[in-house]
Write a protein that binds this ligand. Structure first.
Ligand code: 5GP
Length: 202
């Protein structure tokens, strides 16, 4: 576990860019060009940390959550369920939906999923790339509740602990695992190792 975390932290320090407004740019290995070897390590790490939670599927939100959640689903031998941010002509059957405020885009979108794929009583592991205000994870939790399913756990690749998401999610009562927890970011700092700080215990 420690080595995967170290690899992730190292990549964040080497390639991450702290932007104004508490945004971390990780386009070169998470959001645009995706390092699938790192994603595999992330998936394996979540599978180990969530061993025994008896989830029936891994759920995420399109699009940046798909790579880490997909590798987690693969490692756990579970299907991946992708919540949509936009409606589609191809959508069929009853859909569960809820409005969600996007942290990076400053807009509100309708998060939705087909009820068919979220059966009542199903145990769901939610995985996403970032935790900021908690809006995305809380939206997913509302869909799970609408379906009468159970939120079994929350896996976050990069948590920005200086933002309110963690506190809001803790109220849901499900175990939360964040692989890298950033305590401080100073945009504009030249030395990246000085601009992005992590929890010591990670
Ligand atoms: P939240 O809903 O917790 O406010 O934010 C989580 C969602 O916003 C994630 O799905 C992620 O795509 C996006 N996000 C939040 N903060 C950041 C960030 O600092 N950098 C990037 N690239 N995406 C972020």
């Amino acid at each position: 576990m420690g080595e995967q975390l170290y690899a992730l932290q190292r990549r964040i320090i080497e390639q991450g860019q702290a932007l104004p407004g508490g945004v971390l740019r990780v386009d070169s290995f998470v959001n645009q060009r995706v390092d699938m070897r790192l994603m595999k390590e992330i998936g394996d790490a979540f599978a180990r940390r969530f061993e025994g939670i008896e989830a029936g599927c891994v759920m995420t939100v399109e699009s940046s959550g798909i790579a880490p959640a997909g590798m987690t689903a693969l490692a756990m031998g579970l299907p991946l369920l992708v919540c949509k941010k936009q409606s589609s002509k191809a959508a069929r059957g009853e859909r569960l939906s809820t409005p969600v405020r996007s942290f990076t885009k400053d807009t509100t979108y309708e998060m939705s999923v087909s009820r068919e794929y979220l059966p009542e009583g199903a145990r769901v592991l939610f995985v996403d790339d970032f935790l900021a205000t908690g809006e995305a994870a809380l939206g997913a939790a509302r869909l799970i509740e609408q379906a009468g399913a159970i939120l079994a756990g929350i896996g976050i690749v990069i948590e920005k602990s200086f933002q309110p998401g963690r506190g809001r999610l803790e109220r849901l009562g499900a175990p939360i695992v964040s692989l890298a927890r950033i305590t401080k970011m100073r945009p504009g700092e030249r030395d990246a190792s000085q601009s992005i700080c992590f929890y010591e215990e990670d």
